[in-house]
Design a protein around this ligand. Structure first.
Ligand SMILES: NC(=O)c1ccc[n+]([C@@H]2O[C@H](COP(=O)([O-])OP(=O)(O)OC[C@H]3O[C@@H](n4cnc5c(N)ncnc54)[C@H](OP(=O)(O)O)[C@@H]3O)[C@@H](O)[C@H]2O)c1
Length: 286
């Protein structure tokens, strides 16, 4: 699989990574099936796994997804895989709530180190700014965890351009993870994709198909016709389109099934012309 620089980290990873969330939330597969999907992802050349402490059912289940990732990595010791996890959310009774307090981030990071079974986390992302905590306090704690060697690199998620700039004044930022898909193209207009591209920050679009329901919708309509013309699935075409938009992009499609991630992985080796990109964009939403 073709690789890309993970921002200024010095790491290179496959241009298609895997988002592991669907292996641990509602309608999740058995642990055995989930591990098989993770192993198939690595066999397809995927070398970036995106996880989070809160990819789980509820607060008692925190770390479920990180433990799955750790189990798959124990079974594929030879694989050179970068793991990006996150802290800054909680799951009381299964809800998604924000907690960016420094004390919480420190405890969450230590729990993630234990769940992943590592001494240092490759990439630790602030899951989302917490409006009740000064952003600089949350980022400052990640900077301290990095200085202590618990985190190799810091990433951000669900942030604006001004938050990226504020964070970069505190600590080097290697990645930004915001929502981007054919139905929600905000990063192309809000400056986030351009800021990442201009500053050697990897941009990891989340929900590239719009989640499970969006993924189902991609199978019909004009985009599906564009994909058929190019003899590939609409999902692979969407990922290839994202990769063509900027060299900063590294995709992290989700998957429960082996077939999904194996198909998505093929996007790394698709080359699209400018004319292809225009035709694909004309097909969105029709
Ligand atoms: N930072 C954040 O706030 C945030 C928020 C949401 C997500 N994320 C991250 O982003 C990752 C990706 O987003 P997502 O999981 O929400 O949604 P997604 O990648 O847009 O969609 C996942 C869905 O697409 C289907 N799919 C994947 N590849 C396919 C293919 N090649 N052909 C047909 N169907 C395919 C999967 O089906 P099967 O399940 O049947 O395989 C699954 O239902 C997450 O796993 C997570 O790591 C981050």
């Amino acid at each position: 699989m073709k690789t890309r620089a993970l921002g200024s980290s010095g790491l290179a990873v496959g241009a298609v990574g895997m988002g592991c969330m669907y292996l641990s939330i509602q309608d999740r597969p058995t642990e055995e099936a989930a591990v098989r999907t993770l192993l198939a992802a690595m066999d397809a050349g995927i070398s970036l796994l995106d996880t989070a402490d809160v990819y789980c059912h509820d607060q008692r289940d925190i770390g479920h997804n990180e433990r799955l990732v750790a189990r798959a990595l124990r079974e594929r010791k030879s694989a050179a895989v970068t793991v990006a996890t996150k802290g800054g959310l909680e799951r009381p009774n299964g809800a998604w709530t924000r907690n960016g307090r420094p004390g919480h981030l420190r405890r969450a990071c230590e729990a993630s180190l234990a769940a992943l079974g590592v001494d240092r986390i490759d990439v630790y992302q602030l899951h989302a700014p917490d409006p009740s905590v000064p952003f600089a306090d949350s980022v400052g704690e990640l900077a301290r965890l990095r200085a202590e060697g618990k985190i190799a690199h810091v990433g951000l998620s669900n942030v604006t351009v001004s938050e990226i700039e504020e964070a970069r004044r505190i600590v080097p930022v290697v990645s930004v993870q915001n929502r981007w898909n054919p139905g929600d193209r905000a990063p192309e207009t809000d400056g986030v994709l351009a800021t990442c591209s201009a500053n050697a920050i990897a941009f990891l679009p989340y929900s590239p198909f719009g989640g499970a329901s969006g993924a189902r919708r991609l199978s019909a309509g004009k985009l599906a016709a564009e994909a058929k013309l190019r003899e590939m699935s609409p999902h692979r075409l969407v990922l290839a389109w994202m990769l063509a938009k900027s060299p900063a992009v590294i995709t992290i499609p989700g998957a429960r099934r082996i077939e999904s991630i194996a198909d998505s992985a093929g996007a790394a080796d698709v080359t699209l012309s400018e004319a292809d990109v225009s035709a694909i964009e004309r097909a969105f939403g029709r």
